[in-house]
Design a protein around this ligand. Structure first.
Ligand code: GLU
Length: 472
């Protein structure tokens, strides 16, 4: 049977890292087996589902390039189908109308709790005779869960799990208004869509035996299940907003590459020897749902930072630039107004961990900076720097060709002529040109900034020094 997996988010918020990880595992399993991957939006909770959340989830998936072969299917568009299957189950005697009032059920629950029993429906309406059934009265539909025996399944993550049917009561599959309930719609969909493997969070593990019983009643093949342990924060508690970003798109906004996020997520609960860096094609080749970790994993931002830097360093420049564009737009920068970015990225990759940091370090090459870094200015833009700056400015102005060798020579000659060390010329010049005390080698830096801008910025630094002198 060909492999078909799905990601089935409830659209009640953004795509969070836990969801993205189960989506990735399902996607990888499909890709690795030449299978299909389905996106299904579980939007039956009308109060909590929003169209914005649907868009946000799909944006996250698209950004991670987790493409789906089918869907998005929307459960709210499949109500007729669910009704049809409910009718089939009732017809076959596997489901029945239940007329028990809320009061009766509350009472039942209280008595059971008082007797230290697990609250469960007692099956009162299971055996109503035809003349006791009046479908014009308010009723729900319950699934007739087997009362004997047990449900056993082999979870690909957790191993064999067995639950006695006595633990499970007769689940409501349609509410009084006829709307279907979660555990039922999931089964109808997984069956209709031909899902072969279900990878999901282990918060769903208690639903699985109930779902399996419904599959069996429908005479449908039961998919394989893999319940993935939750993701913890650095304090060992379930990962939540308290720990920082949990939305995938927040990671985009914070300057992470989708390749790094995917690599990070795949390792968060799965490993292959001690390999840390996996390209997407390597993940597809090596990922195996049977080797997902049983134990919960803790989120570690430093490791994500490290991976992100690896990708900034190693991805083809065009790929980095593709993702950098969004950040440049946010910062109001355009690559058209400066040097070839392909030359800058290798120079700066070593110094930055995120694309946001990268934008900051390349900013002086594409736009004028607002002010000199205070510490650098205090140290290097002092009255003694006036003469070196004026001299080097003249020499730079005289250059026929704006190339690193010529720029280097101009700086050198200035130092020799004034009989000072290179640093006495270079540092004020660096702060003048970039606003900061750190940059790649000055000859390349100035080449990137361009001749006109360099000269203007030296003037600006000289003005700055004079103003400070006057106000001192
Ligand atoms: N819609 C469920 C959720 O978002 C997932 C159900 C499933 O994967 O079976 O938690």
């Amino acid at each position: 049977m060909s492999v078909k997996t799905r990601f089935a988010p409830s659209p009640t918020g953004y795509l969070h890292v836990g969801g993205a990880r189960t989506a990735l595992y399902s996607w990888l399993h499909a890709k690795a087996n030449d299978g299909q991957f389905v996106l299904r939006i579980e939007d039956t909770d009308l109060e909590r589902s929003t169209p914005e959340a649907v868009e946000a989830i799909m944006d996250g998936m698209r950004w991670l390039e987790l493409d789906w072969n089918e869907g998005p299917y929307f459960q709210t568009k499949r109500f007729d189908r669910y009704k049809e299957v409910i009718a089939q189950l009732v017809e076959a005697g596997d489901a029945y109308p239940c007329f028990c009032s809320r009061e009766r059920l509350d009472e039942l629950r209280e008595t059971q709790m008082a007797n230290k029993q697990k609250p469960r429906y007692d099956g009162k309406c299971r055996h109503l005779s035809a003349d006791e059934i009046d479908l014009s009265q308010d009723h729900v539909i319950r699934f007739k869960n087997p009362q004997e025996g047990e449900v056993t399944f082999k979870d690909v993550v957790k191993g064999e799990i067995t639950i006695s049917n006595q633990e499970l009561d007769d689940l409501i599959i349609a509410r009084t208004d006829g709307s279907p309930t979660y555990n039922f719609t999931v089964v109808v969909d997984d069956r209709d869509m031909g899902i072969t493997q279900v990878v999901r969070g282990d918060d769903h593990i208690n639903n699985t035996p109930r779902q399996i019983n419904i599959f069996k009643a429908l005479g449908a093949p039961v998919p394989e299940y893999g319940h993935v342990p939750m993701i913890l924060g650095d304090d060992g508690k379930k990962l939540s907003k308290r720990h920082g970003a949990v939305s995938v798109m927040q990671y985009r906004d914070d300057g992470y590459l989708p390749q790094a996020v995917l690599n990070y997520l795949v390792r968060l609960g799965w490993s292959h020897g001690d390999q840390e860096v996996f390209s997407v094609s390597e993940m597809i080749e090596l990922f195996d749902i049977n080797s997902i970790n049983k134990a919960p994993s803790a989120f570690n931002t430093q490791k994500l930072d490290w991976l992100n830097q690896q990708y900034i360093k190693s991805l083809p420049v065009e790929e980095v630039v593709k993702h950098l564009q969004w950040h440049l737009a946010q910062a109001g920068l355009s690559l058209d107004s400066g040097p070839d970015i392909a030359e800058l990225i290798p120079e700066f990759a070593e110094r930055v961990q995120t694309l946001k940091d990268l934008v900051e370090v390349i900013r002086p090459y594409y736009s004028d900076f607002e002010s000199f870094e205070e510490k650098a200015a205090k140290k290097h833009l002092r009255p003694v720097a006036k003469e070196p700056l004026e001299t080097v400015k003249q020499k730079l102005y005289d250059l026929a060709e704006w190339a690193p060798e010529a720029i280097h020579a101009a700086i050198n000659e200035t130092a020799e002529q004034l009989e000072v060390g290179m640093g006495k010329v270079g540092m004020p010049l660096r702060v003048a040109a970039t606003g900061a005390g750190m940059s790649p080698s000055l000859d390349v830096t100035l080449k990137w900034i361009g001749k006109d801008k360099t000269l203007q910025r030296i003037d600006r630094a000289l003005d700055f020094i004079r103003q400070r002198e006057q106000s001192a």
